[in-house]
Design a protein around this ligand. Structure first.
Ligand SMILES: Nc1ncnc2c1ncn2[C@@H]1O[C@H](COP(=O)(O)OP(=O)(O)O)[C@@H](O)[C@H]1O
Ligand SMILES: [Mg+2]
Length: 233
């Protein structure tokens, strides 16, 4: 059984029919990459999974259990963690406060504030700094840490390297790779194709609200036509 599965998901904003039948499955311990140009519905897919914009049709299954009717809070308690696009760090909370407020032992409980500081030593150095004082890279690390301390069973990451300087992209990329090696189950939305290819085993390409490719990441790397047509690379 898949850990997380989307079955023919249709999601709307008002009358705009954005996701037009998206199906996806994530196995435990694997990283699935979701790539595609701006505006194709990647964030809407993430919002459908966490419940901010619930699907109007179709199913979202967590270990076979339908969760598409549940509130985002319930889904989060069931073990869905989110690193949102744009990071959403509170300017007037400190690094430590962000992590302490989010911390929850979950089922396995590996991720404590101390473990997050091991993963991102820079956050440990800045633990008394306010969100608003952090660089973009530090905010991203904090957004990842804040999701990790909930000890999620599934981690949704929406463009974690967006807008970061190349050196920081490298650092965040290494952290994601480490999480992958620890066999955290991750849906990784990325515009940075090389990074997505490096850390994931399977990949989905979206275009205009539908999945136009699903397969092994290595196969996507070889498929010039799909890359050219849907990713522009
Ligand atoms: N809150 C919203 N209300 C109306 N339309 C939206 C909203 N958010 C996104 N959209 C539209 O939905 C489509 C998909 O957006 P999104 O899921 O953010 O794409 P991506 O994450 O792939 O860039 C776009 O056409 C976007 O303009
Ligand atoms: Mg997006």
């Amino acid at each position: 059984m898949s850990l997380l599965e989307l079955v023919d998901v249709h999601t709307y904003y008002g009358e705009s029919h954005i996701l037009q039948g998206v199906s996806l499955s994530l196995q435990a311990g694997e990283v699935v990459a979701v790539v595609g140009r701006n505006g194709v519905g990647k964030t809407t897919m993430i919002r459908s999974i966490i419940g901010f914009t619930p699907p109007r049709r179709g199913k979202v299954l967590l270990e076979g259990r339908e969760i598409q009717q549940l509130s985002p809070e319930r889904r989060s308690r069931l073990g869905i963690g989110l690193v949102p696009q744009g990071r959403r760090i509170f300017p007037s909370l400190t690094v430590l406060e962000h992590l302490k407020l989010a911390a929850r032992p979950g089922t396995d409980g590996h991720w404590t504030v101390a473990e997050v500081f091991k993963l991102f030593p820079r956050l440990a150095e800045r633990q008394q700094h306010f969100g608003g004082q952090l660089s973009g890279g530090e905010q991203q690390m904090l957004a990842i840490g804040r999701a990790l301390v909930t000890n999620p069973r599934v981690l949704l990451m929406d463009e974690p390297t967006e807008g970061l300087a190349p050196l920081i992209v490298e650092e965040v990329g290494k952290a994601i790779q480490l999480l992958a090696e620890r066999e955290l189950s991750i849906i990784l939305v990325e515009q940075n194709l090389p990074l997505a290819l490096r850390v994931s085993r399977s990949a989905y390409v979206m275009s205009k609200g539908v999945v136009v490719f699903r397969g092994e990441t290595a196969e996507l790397a070889r498929n010039e036509e799909i890359r050219h047509q849907h990713l522009g690379v």
